[in-house]
Design a protein around this ligand. Sequence first.
Ligand code: NI
Length: 128
Amino acid sequence: MSDLLNLDAAFVEITEYWSPRVVAVANGQYLKIARVKGELVWHAHADEDELFMVHRGTFGLKFRDGRDIRLRPGDVFVVPRGVEHFPYAEEETEVIFFEPASTKHTGDVISEKTRSIEEQVRHFSRPS
Ligand code: NI
């Protein structure tokens, strides 16, 4: 059995922006959290849908067709596989996302904000 996870406590430990952290795993899917502010990069995930929720703040997603979505606490949004998106946050925001273990958070785009899966799972101890 895994330990009880409290998201408020988990977010307190995150100080770096745009650096996802794995906090739970189930059925080959990772629950990740990130503190974000500013902009990430345009990217897509060829084979994976990406589910976003907001814990605190406002999370923006722009799309090539001009759509600009703002997620607030309680909102859920799924970016379908293959759809290019540009994540951003005007204020410091706490984001929760759910995706397969293999998903790279900046797709195949490498930027200075790109973090490897190994970096994302570093703080996570699997239930034994
Ligand atoms: Ni993405």
